[in-house]
Write a protein that binds this ligand. Structure first.
Ligand SMILES: NC(=O)C1=CN([C@@H]2O[C@H](COP(=O)(O)OP(=O)(O)OC[C@H]3O[C@@H](n4cnc5c(N)ncnc54)[C@H](OP(=O)(O)O)[C@@H]3O)[C@@H](O)[C@H]2O)C=CC1
Ligand SMILES: O=C(O)CCC(=O)C(=O)O
Length: 435
């Protein structure tokens, strides 16, 4: 059995059409190319596909923030709402200097597919602020977040659009957002955001959930390819909410994690890293390189000779330029959009299995759904229940994707898109094109 497809045709299947540009430059272009590619495998109304190439609405706001020295700096924030045919918009908020309108649209599209792969009653959205959160004090971050919440007050709501954490934001950010929105509405509305601290309506297990789903999917994929975890080496790029939790669980479950990284570079130990002893980004930013004996670059991490590569930081890190040098047999996408469309084709032709973000990291939004249910019903689930239900949902999504992968002789990404697009297209056909 080959890794990228049950047949050796996967490279041809995912080869790009000659008139397509060589390397897309933005998340939205990558997302659109992935959509077109997957739609080719389906008998799906082309009008629905055309609709899905565009966001329903993009909110762009300016956010004046008083710095601690009394000066005012104005930041730009976005909320891209892609599709809501299956339910309210859902997706994270990112604080990062590279946030743009187009990045939010692409990330919002991926949220639509992710919620549909998981069969959650949500559509897709993503937002963010173009800011380096490391350059803000805690007070400045709070002022930025409260003002952003105020500017988005008509766009979000528990039945309209429900933000959550993403890169650069955390449970505290979500608590400020929930509080600012609730103050404007005059009542406490915990269901307006997810990923909050449990003390204000957050769910147990939410912070760990995207990393947990990466670990669960890695385990299932390794089983599928008859590769015991105890004989599997793993490199993880990024050591935050996704990367650190995935690395620690895989380490606990018997895999050997040989490399982890932060923004400055990677810690590398071929004998295996004791992941519990290295602080995650949330515990101490940039700790990985601070505590490393051997530091290699983030680019070197990507091409290490390991069995499993988990990119879990930024998008667009596996590109046409390095896809030929990826030595892992399995790439499990912890980050959103780490692989460009051109790199995808190269990896498929090389028989490297790429398990897409919309399946692998979907534990975050799945536990966000559990959190939303808990908030609406004013109930609180135990950590054990959350983790059990997450595992059940991840296994169900994995089975649905595996069924398409085996039946249609496509890549894992196309198989996941086929599951998602089929559900979304049926909903559009049933409701009409206008929701
Ligand atoms: N949080 C969530 O719920 C979900 C997040 N995702 C996706 O996962 C990815 C990571 O998000 P998340 O874990 O939340 O982010 P965090 O902010 O928690 O952590 C990000 C990690 O990436 C590192 N990093 C930052 N820049 C670079 C770089 N240029 N090269 C290598 N490492 C870098 C950071 O290092 P340092 O400590 O030095 O800053 C940190 O370890 C994103 O693509 C996000 O969209 C997907 C699903 C859910
Ligand atoms: O939990 C959520 O609502 C969304 C998390 C997220 O942004 C993602 O999965 O990329």
């Amino acid at each position: 059995m080959t890794m990228a497809s049950k047949s050796d045709n996967a490279g041809d299947e995912s080869a790009q059409e000659a008139d397509e540009p060589v390397e897309p430059t933005s998340a939205v272009e990558t997302a659109r190319r992935q959509l077109s590619h997957a739609a080719d495998h389906l008998d799906i109304d082309p009008n629905v596909v055309e609709r899905l190439k565009h966001p329903k609405k993009v909110h762009e706001v300016t956010i004046p923030v008083e710095r601690d020295d009394g000066t005012v700096e104005v930041f730009t924030g976005y909320r891209a709402q892609h599709d809501s045919v299956r339910g309210p918009y859902k997706g994270g908020l990112r604080y990062h200097p590279h946030v743009t309108r187009d990045e939010c649209v692409g990330l919002g599209m991926w949220m639509t597919w992710k919620c549909a792969v998981m069969d959650l009653p949500f559509g897709g959205a993503k937002g963010g602020v173009a800011v380096d959160p490391k350059e803000l004090s805690t007070d400045e971050k709070e002022r930025l977040t409260r003002r952003f919440a105020q500017e988005l007050r008509d766009a979000i709501g528990p039945n309209r659009d429900i933000p959550a954490p993403d890169m650069g934001t955390d449970p505290q950010t979500m608590a400020w957002l929930m509080d600012a929105y609730s103050m404007q509405e005059g009542e406490t509305i915990p269901g307006v955001v997810t990923g909050k601290p449990p003390v204000v309506g957050g769910s147990e297990g939410r912070e760990e959930a995207p990393g947990r789903s990466v670990a669960i999917i890695t385990q299932l994929v390794c089983e599928y390819y008859d590769r015991p975890l105890a004989e599997t080496t793993v490199a993880v790029q990024g050591y935050g909410s996704v990367g650190a939790n995935a690395a620690r669980l895989l380490d606990d479950w018997g895999a050997t994690v040989v490399a982890i990284s932060d923004v400055n570079g990677a810690m590398y130990d071929p004998a295996g890293i004791d992941t519990a002893s290295v602080p995650s980004h949330d515990e101490e930013p940039e700790a990985v390189t601070t505590y490393a004996d051997t530091v290699i670059t983030n680019d070197e991490l990507l091409t290490l000779d390991v069995d499993v590569l988990v990119p879990a930081a930024l998008g667009n890190v596996i590109t046409e330029a390095n896809a030929d040098a990826i030595a892992a047999d399995l790439v499990i996408e912890g980050a959103n959009g780490p692989t460009t469309a051109a790199a995808d084709s190269i990896l498929a032709a090389r028989d490297v299995a790429v398990i897409p973000d919309i399946l692998a990291n979907a534990g975050g939004v799945t536990v966000s759904y559990f959190e939303w249910l808990q908030d609406i019903n004013r109930r609180s689930w135990s950590l054990e229940r959350v983790n059990d239900e997450l595992e059940t949902e991840m296994r169900a999504a994995w089975r649905a994707v595996r069924t398409e992968f085996e039946a249609r002789d496509v890549t894992w990404r196309d198989a996941a898109y086929i599951v998602a697009l089929t559900r979304i297209a049926e909903a559009h056909e049933s409701r009409g094109l206008w929701p």
